[in-house]
Design a protein around this ligand. Sequence first.
Ligand code: SF4
Length: 296
Amino acid sequence: MVSSPHSFDFPPYRPPSEAQSMLLRVTHGCPWNKCAFCSMYRKYPFARKTMAEIKADIDLMPEVYGTNANHVFLGDSNSLLLSAADLVEILEHLYRVFPGLKRVTSYARAKTVMKKSLEDLKVIREAGLTRLHIGLESGSDAVLKMVRKGATADEIIAGGLKSKDAGFDCSIYVLLGIGGMEQTMDHRQGTIRVLNAIDPHFIRVRTLTPIPKSDIAKWIEEGSFTLVTPLVSIEEERDIVAGLNVTSRFLNDHSSNIVPLDGKLPEDKERMLAALDQGVAYCKTHEVGYADYRYL
Ligand code: SF4
């Protein structure tokens, strides 16, 4: 039995947009854990929690977070792996303890969403899971294969569309620079295709930051992967924004990004393109290195 707030099981990661949310861990780690650019869960072997452990954490949440917060993020990396029955039981308990909840979100792999029946997804949505954060990274099949994402572009489209059909807010993540200099054009074109096909509610952008000893860091050392320059990173994003025909909110809401952006498409497209053009012009007239990324 859990007896103090100190034993509350906090998820190690959450999206920036969940900074004010209560965090509830329903699984440990990532069941895939193979993506070459990601080391977030390498030291957390995937494990399920018992329903009793999850409910004990929910019972502790008012003590840990107070009673005013009305958003919850479920960790770790792919809560949709749980059965619909388990997720409904968790959500029902959560809403029993916090009847005023307005938003409950989770990371989800597109392939897991694709494999779940629409009926199950709708049941989970009706029980109160409202938003799925889904990693696309790139819409290029060659890049997805290289980084071992474990899903093709079409599978990610299918997962994204199914999440919307089931009624979820769909939040898709793109990783600038993930194709390196070698595949930047394929990365741009594929990503535009996938985003236009899904038309998600949110598009959230991050910039590749190679972690020491990661596969990507090794590829850079061996010379098979060339990190994009700050200029190319902004040009990549400019091409992607220019090619979008969506109704999404588009955000650079991560510290890895060079140019801050937050706008609704298509209304704010010209403003966002102008901001990216300014970034391009700055890079062309200044010596901008990787260490300067955050100072533009
Ligand atoms: S990017 Fe997502 S699916 Fe890939 S290893 Fe990291 S957490 Fe797992």
